[in-house]
Design a protein around this ligand. Structure first.
Ligand code: HEC
Length: 452
């Protein structure tokens, strides 16, 4: 509410973030996983003095450098742009609390990219020993980027003691820090293996291809052996309430009412299971029959698992962006009482400036809607207000908003799904006028306000 708002028609801002992030995660996990893959595989080539593996690695590095530097960097910047436009209040919290960590993150990131280029351009130009050292150096830098960003990402779901102390280290080394770190490393190994299956399937020499395909398939196994144990550890550390959402969904899934979270969990488990079974009977047991086409199927499946799993992790945190502290719409939990007293439009700098331009109730209501609801809803696209409101009249909309206004979980049936409404009775009136007008205005463009 203190910043301008970014209106994304039809999809809504959260989908823009989601799409960019999933691509970014798939690439960045490849970047770190490849740190392990390149270092260990080059070591293998060195020890076995195997020129075939060296040749393969050279070609793999080219693919690796292209994907990670171009794709990783572009989507990384994309995330910054989209999150700071969609959730400026949350990003402000992350930047202010973790300024030190971000600084380190960028340092390691720059070192990682520089080493990747050095690694790529020095093939055949430096001794084998030095080149192997570069591989190890890249591994360390890339792992450090994970060690840092992991603290900030996990903070959002489990801020832990930070909620009381506001000490950045309490937030950084939070309850899910370690399980998440380990599980991500395992996932990274698997993703590096999946990408390596793509490049190794194109090796011309039959023997070398079989050898490298089988070798790369092994990289998918650790996550399936240790993943469930660490996954369980992770789930023991996340807020009880979100576990209940999953559990309720699973218990009732027989009768057809299962939550989105449960569906995502199932989908992620089924897809992961499919990958491991196919990786075992395919490239591992029968590397001969493994083709480039099949490797692309693995890539696609891997991408889908990453997508659903990350999406599920995001869902766990809803309706918060930092759990128990700030909601998706940028309203802080402990500010609500104050906003109720002051009125929403007077509480935020930018919202206030927008509202001062109009005397029209519907337009004022629209501003409240944009700030409080549009982080999750759109007017007529994703989670459309048109559809969700249906034929409700203004009184029933007011009734709905009064329920949404309750901060006590027992009184608010939407608790855990939506943030409580923050604002005065006057705000409820303004918002309901706007919401009612969505389906009941003969010419809804009448109340469009300029987005200056
Ligand atoms: C954190 C995300 C989030 C925010 C912010 C949010 N909602 Fe929702 N809302 C949801 C979800 C999730 C549902 C359930 C969606 C579904 O069934 O498709 C929902 C459902 C609804 C429904 C249908 C409820 C019913 O019982 O029929 C209405 C109406 C609604 N929201 C209005 C609002 C309004 C008005 C605001 C702003 C004051 C708001 N929402 C803010 C996530 C959000």
């Amino acid at each position: 509410m203190n910043y301008p708002i970014w209106l994304v028609p039809f999809l809504g801002g959260s989908w823009i973030i989601g799409i960019i992030s999933i691509i970014h995660i798939f690439i960045s996990h490849f970047a770190v996983g490849s740190g392990f893959y390149l270092a260990l595989t080059e070591r293998k080539a060195y020890k076995e003095n195997d020129e075939g593996i060296y040749d393969y690695l050279k070609k793999h590095t080219r693919f690796f450098v292209l994907v990670t530097t171009a794709g990783g960097a572009i989507t990384g910047v994309g995330i910054w742009f989209s999150v700071s436009l969609v959730s400026p209040d949350t990003i402000a919290i992350l930047i202010q609390n973790f300024a030190f960590a971000w600084a380190w993150e960028y340092l390691f990131f720059a070192a990682e990219i520089a080493t990747a280029f050095a690694y790529y351009y020095t093939w055949d130009k430096v001794s084998k020993e030095i080149h192997l050292k570069l591989a190890n150096l890249y591994l360390w830098f890339s792992v450090f980027t994970l060690v840092i960003i992991n603290g900030i990402l996990t903070f959002m779901l489990t801020p832990g003691k930070w909620i009381q102390t506001h000490n950045w280290l309490d937030g950084f080394l939070n309850p899910t820090y370690f399980p998440s770190l380990f599980i991500r490393i395992l996932i990274m190994l698997a993703i590096a293996g999946i990408y390596a299956l793509v490049t190794s399937s194109r090796i011309k020499d039959d023997n070398l291809r079989e050898k490298m395909v089988k070798y790369s398939a092994k990289w998918l196994m650790p996550v399936f052996v240790a993943g469930p144990i660490i996954g369980f550890w992770y789930f023991t550390q996340i807020p009880h309430e979100t576990i209940m959402t999953i559990a309720n969904g699973i218990q009732t899934s027989g009768v057809g009412n299962f939550s989105i979270l449960t569906r995502a969990t199932y989908l992620s488990l089924i897809l992961s299971g499919t990958i491991v079974v196919f990786a075992y009977v395919g490239p591992y047991l029968n590397p001969k029959g493994f083709t480039f086409g099949i490797s692309l199927m693995f890539l696609l499946c891997g991408f889908m698992v990453t997508g659903t799993t990350e999406w599920m992790r995001e869902m766990l945190r809803k309706p918060y962006t930092v759990y128990n502290y700030i909601y998706s719409n940028g309203v802080k939990k402990d500010e609500i009482l104050n906003i109720d007293k002051m009125g929403f439009l007077k509480s935020g700098k930018w919202a206030n400036a927008c509202a001062s331009k109009t005397d029209n109730d519907i337009q004022k209501g629209q501003i409240i809607f944009r700030y409080e609801c549009m982080s999750c809803h759109t007017v007529d696209g994703y989670r459309s207000m048109k559809k969700l409101l249906g034929t409700r009249d203004q009184d029933s909309i007011v009734g709905f908003l009064n329920l949404l206004h309750q901060t006590e979980p027992a009184k608010n049936p939407y608790h855990g799904i939506m943030p409580p409404f923050a604002g005065s009775d006057e705000d409820i009136h303004l918002l309901s006028s706007y919401l009612y007008s969505i389906n009941n205005s003969p010419n809804s463009s009448d109340h469009k306000i300029s987005s200056r």
